[in-house]
Design a protein around this ligand. Structure first.
Ligand code: UD1
Ligand code: CA
Length: 454
């Protein structure tokens, strides 16, 4: 497919979404719709990918993050007009141009490959992907001749009552021979219900010129779902989540209740990991093998090693190394690195900190801006005092240190290797290695207190 070029239409506002943002940037399964479409094109082997942007162009360009060429359609005059904007970029191109819509996130590369291969095999000038849908409202209808050949595509708003009864629809996905595409586009008019230049008109124009046009029917209409409203968005979300869950289960991941497990498209999970209900794995999260994740946990952009146990945890933009156990009720905030076999117990928050291998934070800690060594024991209720109201400071705790319950470590401060801190201390000065720091008032007992009180 060396010569395959893909054009993705993504300039429309998506009025029916009632959103301040371009439609194609709404996410399905954690990824913008236009990125789903682009990824499918790349997977099929398309080397050159051009996205037509318009409404919210800068926002779309940013989301594409340099992964596609971008061309601007200043005024959105229809899908035919949108494709026309790519003509200057495709001067040198020969062969096939695949056109996709940025609002069909359920497309798979298998389906695109089928479309492309059949287009090439048949030697058509234009091939459209069609689907039989239960509810064709809003779609362009595929009108066939008595012999079964595609005659034209009629938009919902332009269709007669009889045509509206047709349930075979245009999926908005096509392969064209490049020269034929642009010569036909030059003849597309805008005399229709929406006053727009319709890309599907290219098919009937070519047909009337005696050229071969072709249609490929998708086996599964779900793949071609075009998202035009929040209701469609929710439908797409449900389908893609189910697809992701099935893929993981087929690869050896146990989902205790797939319906209440929410895993984004690009997430990776190793075999023998068990995921309990009400758990979200989002964004670029990856989990190793043999983990137990959830219930009621959320991981966003987290790298999770093998054999991690985490229940009732919210972790984001951090790394949790192999064998760590955490929860219930733990919050791991960005830029944190939780080392191997670390134990984090109930009601603990960690932020921007490194926790060394084998350290224990069993209950009620706030650890912020801290570099903690290995095998440290943090007593219940110990906290780092990292903020003086203006500036954040770091705390350093050496290997094997033992920090007594309810201690405050006022940063910047450093606790040496194998040092001890007496319970209830407020530490403001560095503690050298192997020393015991006691920083609290001495206890005084007063006898016969009830008598003295009176
Ligand atoms: C389109 C098809 C319809 C098909 C349906 C499949 C046309 C005229 N109709 O209708 O036959 O059944 O898709 O989902 O093509 N866009 C631009 N520039 C524009 C207009 C649209 O880039 O000037 C982009 C949109 O951002 C969107 C895509 O093209 O990603 C499709 O546009 P949309 O308005 O959703 O078309 P439909 O009415 O759904
Ligand atoms: Ca659409």
């Amino acid at each position: 497919m060396a010569d395959l070029v893909t054009v993705i239409l993504a300039a429309g506002k998506g009025t029916r979404m009632k959103s301040a943002h371009p439609k194609v940037l709404h996410k399905v399964c954690g990824k913008e719709m236009v990125r789903h479409v682009l990824d499918a094109a790349v997977e099929v082997g398309s080397k050159r990918n051009i996205v037509v942007v318009g409404f919210g162009a800068d926002e779309v360009r940013k989301a594409l993050d340099g992964n596609a060429e971008v061309v601007v359609q200043e005024e959105q005059l229809g899908t035919g007009h949108a494709v026309l904007q790519t003509e200057p970029l495709l001067q040198e191109t020969k062969g096939t141009v695949m056109v996709l819509c940025g609002d069909t996130p359920l497309l798979t590369s298998n389906l695109l490959r089928k479309l492309y291969e059949e287009h090439e095999k048949v030697g058509a000038k234009a091939t459209v992907l069609t689907a039989i849908v239960p509810d064709a409202t809003g779609y362009g209808r595929v009108i066939r001749t008595a012999a079964g050949d595609v005659e034209k595509i009629v938009e919902h708003k332009d269709a007669t009552e009889d045509e509206r009864k047709v349930r075979e629809v245009n999926a908005g996905i096509y392969c064209f021979e490049k020269k034929a595409l642009f010569s036909a586009l030059a003849n597309v008019g805008c005399e229709n219900a929406q006053g727009e230049y319709y890309l599907p008109d290219v098919l009937s124009i070519l047909r009337n010129q005696g050229e071969k046009i072709w249609a490929v029917a998708a086996d599964d209409f779900e793949e071609t779902l075009g998202v035009n409203s929040r209701i469609h968005l929710a439908q797409a979300e449900k389908i893609l989540r189910r697809r992701k869950n099935l893929e993981l289960m087929e690869n050896g991941v146990t989902l205790m209740d797939p319906k209440s497990t929410f895993i984004d498209t690009d997430v990776v999970v190793g075999r023998d990991t068990v995921i309990y209900p009400f758990t979200w794995l989002e964004g670029k999260t990856s989990a190793g093998e043999g983990c137990i994740l959830g219930p009621s946990s959320r991981f966003t952009d987290v790298k999770i090693g093998n054999g991690v146990t985490a229940h009732f945890v919210y972790a984001h933009e951090c790394e949790i190394e192999a064998g760590a156990t955490m929860g219930p009720f733990v919050h791991i905030r960005p830029n944190s690195q939780i080392g191997k076999n670390v134990k984090i117990g109930n009601f603990v928050e960690v932020k921007n900190s490194n926790i060394g291998e084998g350290s224990k934070l069993p209950h009620l800690q706030y650890i912020g801006d801290c570099d903690m060594g290995t095998n440290v024991n943090m007593g219940c209720g110990t906290i780092t005092v990292n903020y003086d109201g203006k500036t954040k400071f770091r705390t350093k705790i050496g290997n094997g240190a033992f920090v007594g319950c309810n201690s405050n470590l006022v940063a910047p401060v450093s606790v040496g290797d194998d040092a001890y801190i007496a319970a209830g201390s407020t530490i403001t000065k560095d503690v050298p290695a192997k020393e015991l720091a006691v920083a609290r008032a001495r206890q005084k007992n007063i006898p016969n207190w009830p008598d003295k009180r009176n």
